[in-house]
Design a protein around this ligand. Sequence first.
Ligand code: GLA
Length: 386
Amino acid sequence: MEISSLKLKTSYKEIFGQDPDLLAKSPGRINIIGEHTDYNEGFVLPTAIDNAVFVAIGVREDDKISVYAEEFKEKFEADLNHIAISEIGWANYVLGVVNQIQERNLTLKGFNLYIVGNVPAGAGLSSSAALECSVAFILNELFQLGLSRQEIAKIGQMTEHTYVGVKCGIMDQFASVLSKEGAVLKLDCRDLSFEYVPLELGDYEVVLFNTNVKHSLASSAYNDRRASCEQAVAWVKEIHPEVNSLRDVTVAQLETIVQPKDQDVFVKSRYVVQENERLNKACDALKSGDIAGLGEQMFLAHAALSKEYEVSCEELDFLAEYVKDKPEVVGARMMGGGFGGCTINIIKKGFGDSIAAEIAPIYKAKFGLDLTVIPVKTSGGSQIIT
Ligand code: GLA
């Protein structure tokens, strides 16, 4: 679904009876490699796509906020002086952002906000980060809050921690706010330093295959994985006090310190250390135009996400496995938090649809679900729409 600025304005006016003051959008993201590394001070390699959450905003005369979500055809109202977690799930993405801004002692006035998006939900494309960032971004512009793009990303992340209940890393929000068209962000989640690496794939392109499995278990499993990583760090720290994250840890240290205490915590933490190594190899391959080398690391990453970190599911495994025999596919893996969503594939240009058409009936027979193709176009981060 295309969303034009005219449609945004018209919808806003229908709901709030006046013209909006400002329009903005913030995109969803893909991630080439580097999963579950962000909350371990590791590296990630994401970029924004041209599916986004669009927002239209107008100032009010009072201290109320009134928010309309097109997806749910539902309006939510709150008082700026009493911001608290709501029972309405989607409203918390807005309320959490407002709360984060207030926590920074910045002043907001009442506003009307209209939200509409075309990032498929539950597909692992970070529709929630796109929502948080679009709200933080437009509030920053409208009320001249002086927040940097990095701070906007952090506000989105903390909204997840405080109002949504997922202790996510910074990757999704950072990509939504700071991406550049045609490049991936190599982000060091330890200090948020980053470089743009051109996503030049020669005869190849990125294609997503959506399992159409919604990741329902994802948030509790996500927090469990994070706890395992923290446990491993705590054990290593007893002997090496200078260690603060898995970024500082070697596999040898995990073998001597963590493995004797807990095999599962060992396997999970080793996954993170090795995923950083895979990412660095993949990124070097991308920089030198070695697309096969990049793809190889993606296949390895999928196997580790599935067998070691255990965040895949049968449907993702099936799709990542099936394409291995296709000469046109050089790499594939599950993408994002896991338990559903998409696989990301590096496929010879023009072959995505025919390969998907071949797999779809087999996939349907096996899982009773449709396999859908999501073509990928990269885009820049959050922006004002004129
Ligand atoms: C989700 C989280 C991110 C990241 C990925 C896994 O998308 O929001 O912070 O941890 O999972 O890489």
